[in-house]
Write a protein that binds this ligand. Structure first.
Ligand code: ATP
Length: 239
């Protein structure tokens, strides 16, 4: 049995004639936290979405848990237990916190529903306090917690996080990243995250990839990339 959970090979993704991913190779092993850093417009969100099947890769393959999922429709990819907290969080603003969590639950897991909600409330006690409040009235950090919590309700094998730190104050980012670390350490959850906050992402991650113009230009352990002069100059200093 291979320890590779996700393997992206030679993936090219287009929006019409615009090539957003120009042959991307990325691998995530079971139990790892891997991040993808890069500037605005590099193609990070496109890679996340391509993994989830919308848009689909034009060439190349996405393999998950040994299965080629490149051409599967998104709902079947979700059933393989890949869950995403998308860019901008996309919670349901008029639903309560509790209802948002219900929306994330999969029919396959209903017998675990109460247990799963309790776990999320233990991880993010703020959500428990605010369970009857509408999502749209939460702070940015609380909405991010809710977006992650909603994704966790699917009991994912792989959690995809698109810019979890976006627009949040450093202390709040620390809280969110500590929670991700806890999920990884205590539950063995595999995480692939996209971040513009390179410092926070590299500190958290076992390994990371740097993306420029739709291509991976560098990879290494979080520590190696934190110490890499090119990475420091482009993404860490003055950032
Ligand atoms: P950001 O942090 O701003 O989200 P990113 O690294 O996630 O940046 P993408 O959003 O994946 O980058 O965008 C990659 C490229 O694809 C950019 O040039 C962007 O303009 C283009 N692009 C993204 N979405 C679309 C779309 N729906 N239609 C056409 N072009 C798009």
């Amino acid at each position: 049995m291979s320890d590779t959970l996700l393997s992206v090979q030679g993936v090219q993704t287009y929006y019409g004639n615009i090539r957003a991913l120009a042959g991307v190779d990325v691998e995530v092993k079971k139990g790892e936290i891997v991040s993808l850093i890069g500037a605005n417009g590099a193609g990070k969100s496109t890679l996340m979405m391509t993994i989830c099947g919308s848009p689909q890769a034009r060439t190349g393959t996405v393999t998950f848990d040994g299965e080629d999922i490149t051409r599967l429709p998104t709902h079947l990819i979700a059933r393989r237990r890949i869950a995403q907290s998308p860019e901008g969080r996309r919670i349901f603003p008029r639903m309560t916190v509790y209802e948002n969590l219900q929306m994330g639950a999969s029919l396959d897991n209903l017998k675990y529903f109460n247990e799963d909600v309790e776990k999320i409330f233990t991880l993010f006690p703020r959500l428990k306090e605010r369970q009857s409040q509408r999502g749209g009235t939460l702070s940015g950090g609380e909405q991010q917690m809710l977006s992650i919590g909603r994704a966790l309700m699917a009991r994912p094998k792989l959690l995809l996080l698109d810019e979890p730190s976006l627009g949040l104050a450093p202390l709040i980012v620390k809280g969110i990243f500590d929670a991700i670390k806890k999920l990884n350490q205590n539950e063995g959850l595999t995480v692939f995250l996209v971040e513009q906050n390179a410092f926070a992402a590299l500190k958290l991650s076992d390994r990371a990839y740097v993306m420029v113009n739709g291509q991976v230009t560098m990879s290494g352990s979080g520590k190696e990339l934190l110490a890499n002069p090119e990475v420091r100059a482009a993404y860490l200093e003055g950032g």
